[in-house]
Write a new protein. Structure first.
Length: 242
């Protein structure tokens, strides 16, 4: 059962909410905007607005989800934010181990802290590990996951705000690309997107193009719905083969 509009997952699980800006892709953070809106609406979980907050009461949610699902962990935060205690991450991993019917997607920009956590731990078999690579400045993040013993290692190039150039995709199993949304969105150029797709095709890696965002393939600014997700008339939304 799909419960989220994020097309590359089926559910979201947010035992942590809130974050702080960490790199260029964070400039127009959708999670910050949404968190502040939910706080203003009086939603108790977001009473701290966008301050990083651990929620023990939310830890057991996946235990009641019986249908096997793909679950994005911390869509409203980063599990490896500096204020999230490793003891709390341990609790998250315990729930993941108790629910082997699900696959959990963990995406981070804080690769050093993630690497430190997994340095002396086994990554559960149902965990997918991803890093955000929004511009060429952060390609070194790929090196931090390529040798991890995870079933799926993936890149999220969203929002893509720069030409990534040549990518070393050794050890990578999936690549997601998307343009930025919102009034302050930065444009994504077609040639940047095509370059990534060509490289994934050559490496036989599943490629998932989520959307153009606020700027269309023609370089015109309009609603993300109108811009859609077609690349030269086709939809490319492949998932990893397990």
């Amino acid at each position: 059962m799909r419960t989220t509009k994020i097309e590359w997952t089926e559910r979201t699980w947010n035992p942590v909410t809130g974050c702080t800006k960490f790199s260029d892709g964070c400039g127009n953070c959708y999670a910050e905007t949404m968190s502040r809106r939910l706080c203003a609406m009086g939603m108790k979980k977001y009473s701290n607005s966008f301050k990083s907050t651990m929620h023990d009461k939310c830890l057991t949610e996946p235990l009641s989800w019986k249908k096997p699902s793909t679950i994005f962990v911390c869509s409203m935060s980063d599990l490896f934010h500096k204020d999230v205690l490793f003891e709390f991450v341990d609790k998250v991993m315990d729930i993941i181990k108790q629910t082997p019917q699900h696959n959990y997607q963990i995406l981070t920009k804080r690769v050093e802290r993630m690497a430190g956590y997994f340095n002396d731990k086994v990554i559960p078999e149902n965990v997918w590990i991803g890093v955000t690579v929004e511009s060429s400045k952060y390609k070194d993040r790929i090196d931090c996951i390529r040798n991890l013993n995870a079933k799926v290692k993936f890149l999220s190039c969203e929002p893509l705000i720069d030409d990534l150039g040549v990518l070393d995709l050794n050890g990578i199993n999936w690549v997601i690309v998307g343009g930025e949304s919102g009034n302050k969105a930065r444009p994504m150029k077609e040639e940047w997107l095509v370059s990534i797709k060509d490289q994934t095709d050559k490496a036989n890696i599943p490629f998932f193009f989520k959307q153009w965002g606020t700027w269309g393939q023609d370089g015109v600014k309009r609603s993300k719905v109108k811009n859609g997700k077609l690349l030269n008339g086709a939809i490319y939304q492949k998932m990893p083969k397990l």
